[in-house]
Write a protein of this length. Sequence first.
Length: 395
Amino acid sequence: MPSPSILLHLLLPLVSATALLHPDQQTLDQHQVCSYQPDSRSVRCRCQQNESRHFLPIQLESFLKKDNPKVDQVSIEFCTELLLAIDLSGVTSTNIHLKLSNCGKVQIVNIKYDPKNSGEQNLNLELENMEKFTIQKQTFKEATTITATNVKELLIYKTTFSHLSNPGIKIEKSAKVSIIDCVFNETSPGSISVNSVDEVEIINNQFSIDTIEVVELNDFYGSNLYISCNRLHEEAVNLECVTISSALQTVSSATSFPASFFSSLTSASMDVKSERQGSSSVNTILWVLVTVGLVVLTAVIICVCCRGRQDKKESDEEKNSLKRNIETERQEVDKDYEKEVMLTPDIETSVSSLKLSSNADIIKKIDEYDIIEKVKEQEAILHCEIQELRVNLGN
């Protein structure tokens, strides 16, 4: 079995990292603030009565004896502001009870299980009379229960639970409870029980069954209930919930979420008692319809633009054709005018010639007519002479 000093050295990187996040904190020595009670197989820790922030790494194996390597309970009390790391390596107890009471702000920053006792180290957290308790970005590999009474604010964020019994998380007489972006692999009806709590926020979590069955509300008279974006493991995250998850990831691990943050979430259903898992599929259908509508609208706009360009092009072509026709007609008119101008002297000459020839013909016809009249007169005279001649001969 490795010595306690070696195990403590393994916790130094965690201590250093936490010290960087909180340079004003003090690291407590577990052997100075904690003591082992062999009769009850428990470890009891007490912080100093001051306003400083403390970091307490507890390695339970360092308290155990070789003939009795069991610890059933760890109690921590009277800590103003505490960051807690607990190592369960080397502990053979199947149920470990961790009790925090009469404290200010407490946050669990690390939990390490014994790999040799996998599946056998159930952890039970009991919280009493605290200002705030936080579990953030942790993984509970074994079955876990959390019982909180008279804890003003409780935050469980981005944490994975392998198994929750019934009830797995039970909160009573609290001002605010926030369970956000967590994964619950195995849950049963009523695994989360909330009783006499003023404000409840259960957002963007994954459950093995419907959220309505998991969460049980008793004596809830407050007006602030936010249950939104929770889903089953196999369901996809909708776009609104992805935005919420991205925003939550930017929050510091040592700070809680302000109330204004949740009021700014447009996707959260304010003043709603519950939300069924089927809403995610409805949102998906709505997004599909919106996308199809946008595609159709874009296609219509493109068609209108193309039609407008085509009409403009045809109008330009008609204008150009009309101009060409006008120019052609104008040129033809000019050519005809020139031809008429050129033909005018010829016509006048022809008319003059025609007039002259007509006059000559007329004169000629008049002369011929006179000659005929004279011939007729001569014939008449000759006829009369012949008649007279005949008459004289007859006598």
